[in-house]
Design a binder for this molecule. Structure first.
Ligand SMILES: [Zn+2]
Length: 241
């Protein structure tokens, strides 16, 4: 009986390992996706930043073209001034010229604002490029290892399960079945320990009579609440057996 209890404890350790592999099977692909997504997000952010800057440059070019047109116009009017005959025409042309000059100075202050915006956009692009490089470096550094880990998990589970099954065949069939059902239905936890007089699985208080049986190790003790197999914590001397 003592051997059976030891075997059950060892089987549970192997099932604990399988449980951890199963968690990794959920978690590692998420981590891998995150690496890939981070690069995609950083790429999209950089493209956004670049198209914002292009938009600013487009507006700059349009306004600069306006300034050129207005300056051209002013030059033409200036030439016409010398050929003017009447004071009235002279005034009209001069007011046209000053209107265009006002327009130009208005545009120039807009261009100054756009220059600030362009500088901000340039600085932001530098940061976004750095962020993308970081995301790419992070992906390069971790992707291969993660993929290898993910690929190896199924094999690890298989070999651990085989190891557990090798132990299981030394037990009576009904006990194997009971153990298997507990693993399946009780959160992968079939074997628990007496934790200060309570079931280590569900916390239910172990009756005095059962506690004595735990110490005697003559029969398998099941929790009266959750049905799990309860063992007494393994002492140092037993661990050396
Ligand atoms: Zn219990």
């Amino acid at each position: 009986m003592h051997d059976q209890l030891k075997t059950l404890a060892e089987m549970q350790l192997l099932d604990d390992a399988i449980g951890r592999y199963r968690v990794l099977q959920q978690e590692l692909p998420k981590q891998l996706n995150e690496l890939i997504e981070n690069v995609e997000i950083a790429t999209a952010n950089l493209l956004n930043g670049e198209s914002e800057k292009q938009e600013i440059n487009k507006r700059q070019r349009a306004l600069e073209a306006d300034v050129k047109t207005f300056q051209e116009q002013i030059r033409k009017y200036g030439n016409q001034l010398s050929e003017i005959k009447t004071n009235k025409e002279y005034k009209a042309l001069n007011s046209e010229i000053s209107y265009l000059k006002d327009k130009i100075s208005e545009i120039e202050s807009q261009l100054l604002e756009l220059m600030d915006a362009e500088n901000e956009a340039k600085a932001s692009i530098v940061e976004l490029k750095k962020a993308l490089e970081l995301a790419e470096a992070n992906k390069r550094a971790k992707e291969g290892d993660l993929k290898a880990q993910i690929d190896s998990l199924e094999n690890k589970i298989e070999s651990t399960r085989a190891e557990r099954n090798k132990l299981a065949v030394t037990l009576p069939v009904p006990l194997i079945k009971r153990y298997g059902n507990l693993i399946k239905n009780k959160d992968n936890l079939a074997v628990v320990y007496n934790r200060d007089g309570s079931c280590g699985g569900c916390g239910f208080v172990i009756r005095q009579q059962l506690r004595i049986e735990l110490q005697l190790k003559k029969k398998i003790v099941y929790c009266e609440n959750c049905g799990r197999i309860i063992l007494d914590p393994i002492s140092e001397s037993e661990a050396e057996d």
